[in-house]
Design a protein around this ligand. Structure first.
Ligand code: BGC
Length: 447
């Protein structure tokens, strides 16, 4: 038996996102987002589910903050629905939208919970999509305007900001793989989107500093880890490409002011170029205060000609899988954190998402989600090991506080440490919730 103990000053929390939990899509003057449209397009979301009601957190936020308080976390990551603030993307600001987030943030602060606010967790105003969405550089200006409005309005109240959640998902998953809104399958378009997100991020950081906003700003890319199946150079190269698609492609521009040449060349062979305009790379290359890392899974991979984008295939070496079919791969968590630190230095990191899908239901008033407890233990052990080796971890936020609208999977896949009955909206604390609560009380756990 061993004890895993974390530093006292470490922040602990849970994360959610607006469209996944709020519901109330037609209330408070909110405009439509691309997820309203996408989820109502037949065949896009499992079971035709949508976020109209979700967890109804728009109305139940007080109950949710009470749950957080009882859990004992000191940080909560949520996102703002851009169409609540600007129903038309730009133009007139919607006071009712601002008021909602003031109520939420006030309750959090009263409860001693620090808000960590994501500006973009995927709910682009639909009107902007109709003008080309993230493919159109005007969307960058609209985003910066929205961000500045938020910085001024919440200055001193919210002191930790994230520009973008998972830019890889916003670009490639949504515009090349077609799995998320707006659902296109065009590699050039996806690459344009990725680049424009970088520029929007950089411009937002510049605006944040110019306004003299109090606090810190960062972004939250999702990373995966692919471990080479063998020592063969071709397997190592294939995994390096697959990793770089998540890592270098989204970190190098911000940390180094350039795109990784080996991937630029790889894309060029496929007829795809990055639409860089003069000055873009300097704008993107802004010092930031922290990075949010979202990690769920990884795998073993090897070279296979013409497989996927990178001549890379995943090999099933028998890892346990969560209910969504993702490998439980805590070793990858350690490896990716080590890799990031080696490549970019010991920059401050918040784990802004890490969690697992287990669809256990309520039985006799209890939800026995042992799979999630095991996942948490394994990943926190890897995290601890990474910290011991010099990775600069400031906090850990699990995904998610509540079961919620899991995008294309609808309500089928549950990631919460609190169960939500989508018929009655009743919340039931799972066994993983009590495990996390106990860990937070003691600041250690046994393995
Ligand atoms: C996203 C969340 C999502 C989670 C589980 C992340 O990609 O940021 O919104 O629910 O993973 O799929």
């Amino acid at each position: 038996m061993a004890f895993i103990q974390f530093p006292k000053e470490m922040k602990w929390g849970a994360a959610t996102a607006s469209y996944q939990i709020e519901g109330a899509v037609n209330e408070g003057g909110r405009g439509l987002s691309i997820w309203d449209t996408f989820s109502k397009t037949p065949g896009k979301v499992y079971n035709g589910d949508n976020g109209d009601v979700a967890c109804d957190s728009y109305h139940r936020y007080e109950e949710d903050v009470e749950i957080m308080q009882d859990l004992g976390i000191n940080m909560y990551r949520f996102s703002v629905a851009w169409p609540r603030i600007f129903p038309n993307g730009i133009g007139e600001v919607n006071q009712e939208g601002l008021d909602y987030y003031h109520r939420l943030v006030d309750r959090l602060l009263e409860a001693g919970i620090e808000p960590l606010c994501t500006l973009y967790h995927w709910d682009l105003p639909q009107v902007l999509q109709e003008q080309g969405g993230w493919d159109n550089r005007e969307t960058i200006e609209a985003f910066v305007h929205y961000a500045k409005t938020m910085f001024k309005e919440f200055d001193g109240k919210i002191t930790k900001w994230i520009t973008f959640n998972e830019p890889w998902c916003v670009s490639y998953l949504s515009n090349f793989l077609g799995a998320h809104a707006p659902g296109y399958t065009d590699l050039q378009l996806a690459t344009n989107v990725a680049h424009h997100l970088h520029v929007a991020h950089g411009k937002t950081v510049i605006a944040f500093r110019e306004l003299g906003t109090q606090g810190e700003i960062g972004y939250a890319p999702n990373v995966e880890w692919n471990e080479p199946y063998s020592d063969k150079q071709e397997d190592k190269d294939a995994c390096a490409r697959a990793n770089a698609f998540f890592i270098e492609w989204f970190f190098d521009p911000v940390f180094k002011g350039s795109y990784p040449t080996f991937l630029v060349d790889w894309f060029k062979e496929k007829g795809v170029t990055v639409p860089i305009q003069e000055g873009d790379m300097d704008i993107i290359h802004q010092p930031i205060d922290f990075v949010g890392i979202n990690y769920y899974t990884g795998s073993v991979g090897r070279y296979k000609k013409d497989e996927g984008l990178f001549d890379h295939e995943r090999v099933d070496t028998g890892y346990q899988k969560t209910d969504i079919g993702w490998n439980v791969y805590p070793e990858g968590f350690y490896n990716v954190l080590r890799y990031l630190t080696k490549r970019y230095g010991a920059f401050p990191i918040y784990i802004t998402e890490n969690g697992s899908c287990y669809n256990d239901d309520v039985e006799n008033g209890k939800v026995n989600d042992q799979g999630r407890i095991d996942y948490l233990k394994q990943h926190l052990t890897s995290l601890h090991r990474a910290m011991q080796s010099g990775v600069n971890i400031k906090g850990y936020l699990t995904w998610s506080l509540l079961d919620n609208f899991e995008w294309a999977e609808g309500y089928k896949m549950r990631f919460g440490i609190v169960h939500v009955n989508y018929r009655t909206l009743e919340r039931t604390k799972k066994e993983s919730y009590y495990w996390y609560q106990h860990m937070l009380e003691n600041n250690f756990f046994e393995v």
